[in-house]
Design a protein around this ligand. Sequence first.
Ligand code: 4NP
Length: 146
Amino acid sequence: MNSVIFVCLGNICRSPLAEGVAKKIVENRDLHVRVSSAGTGSWHVGETPCANSVKVAQKNGINISSFTASQITKKELEEFEYVIALDQSNYNDLKRLGANNLHKLGSFGYNGEDVPDPYFFDGFEGFDRVYEMIESCVTTMFEELA
Ligand code: 4NP
């Protein structure tokens, strides 16, 4: 794998976590893989990740506080080798935009499940569950796509 971009809806909760986990793996293993993330929507462009995502990442030794949200571009869909959607709705949107080599993150060890959107959850607990799923899937993805 040369490059991978993770895509959710807002690029402030889920895909920045996947980017952070992947960048940590790349750093730890001294790999040469370009890693990024984006959202299908434009509402949060320029914002840093949501407070609970920053917090759960920090808890797990990953600093995502300086990431800034962007909206996926056609150029990125051409440039990145793999495009990884966080849920089915992201997948469908990306398919419509012409993404190739498109996968759902949950297909790496979670039976194709959606990574649920924690943005509308009440508490912090949802973020722990979402983090756990993202970390497991991203780790498996690196094994399967090598
Ligand atoms: P994300 O979560 O897709 O995991 O970044 C969302 C954050 C904000 C909104 C949607 C999803 N929103 O519509 O504001």
